[in-house]
Design a protein. Structure first.
Length: 300
């Protein structure tokens, strides 16, 4: 009885429990594997037995996983594992092989900034463009020639691409931008109506300065915005002027042709100003060639 009381007072029961838990956990092959090469004393590892067991479960999931869609871990594509960090036990999320492959394939996205752009545009690929509609041929040929010329350092103009809703205008240009991003060219795609709605956010100046100076820019869906004299004269006009002065390649997509866009830019909520609208159109004409694409609505 006296020895039992001594054990309670000295905390030996707690140590015995830790020892037993650690020995039990060590029977698990995965537990053994992930602790084997840590080079950390067992007495230290025992303090984290339950956490290491959680790591063992995630490690087992990874051993049997076939792809990212099958991931059963708490953070998709990552395994929670113990590491020896400067002699101390730490726990980190390590990407699995499938996550690493995905990240490697998507590394090009570091070269392209999207502002309020749908996911399908971010994943646009030349291999997946719809080529069976003859009404798309002129635009596809133009863009492929642009790709070759741009990579050959030839002087290039952008494109003012207008046509019906849903015919794939944005996707085609995004596919070219993504292809160039894979070759380390910087670009940006902005969904124009939403971009303007953020004009009074704290970080707008930073975004504006970026898109003003980026080597390749797509202004997507111009003409769909709620126009004010301020966003026409203080945002759009300076943006286009800077890009024109610095020979920066600029693309546009719109459901409006140039004449319709001029009418749209003339009629702001603050009144009619045809002169300022013509100035905008003049800059667009300096920056781009004009093509129309009337094709099947692919969003049906």
């Amino acid at each position: 009885m006296h020895n039992v009381l001594e054990n309670i007072e000295s905390g030996n029961f707690k140590k015995i429990d830790l020892d037993l838990e650690y020995k039990r956990a060590s029977l698990n092959p995965n537990f053994k594997i992930i602790t084997k090469n840590l080079n950390i004393d067992d007495d230290e590892l025992k303090k984290y037995t339950s956490t290491i067991e959680e790591c063992s479960i995630e490690y087992e999931h990874c051993k049997n996983c076939k792809n990212l869609l099958d991931c059963m871990n708490k953070v998709e594509g990552y395994c929670y594992l113990p590491i020896n960090y400067e002699g101390n036990l730490s726990f980190v999320y390590k990407p699995c092989k499938y996550k690493q492959i995905k990240d490697s394939k998507n590394k090009y996205l570091d070269n392209i900034k999207f502002f309020n752009t749908p996911e399908y545009v971010k994943e646009a690929n030349l291999d997946n463009i719809y080529k069976t509609d003859k009404h798309r041929f002129d635009v596809i040929n133009y863009l492929m020639d642009f790709l070759d010329d741009f990579e050959s350092n030839k002087e290039c103009k952008g494109l003012y691409l207008h046509g019906n809703f849903g015919c794939g205008k944005t996707y085609l240009i995004a596919a070219i931008f993504n292809e160039l991003a894979r070759k380390n060219y910087k670009s940006s795609i902005i969904f124009w109506p939403e971009f303007l709605r953020q004009a009074f956010y704290d970080d707008f100046k930073e975004k504006f300065d970026y898109v003003k100076q980026v080597p390749l820019l797509l202004i997507d869906d111009i003409g769909a915005e709620g126009l004010t004299a301020w966003n026409r004269d203080e945002i759009l006009c300076p943006l286009l002027q800077y890009r024109m002065d610095n020979n920066l390649v600029t693309f546009f997509t719109s459901n409006l042709n140039a004449k319709e866009l001029e009418s749209h830019l003339s009629n702001s909520k603050d009144g009619v100003d045809e002169v300022k609208a013509k100035r905008i159109i003049s800059r667009i004409e300096q920056l781009t060639n004009d093509l129309e694409m009337i094709s099947e609505n692919l969003r049906k």
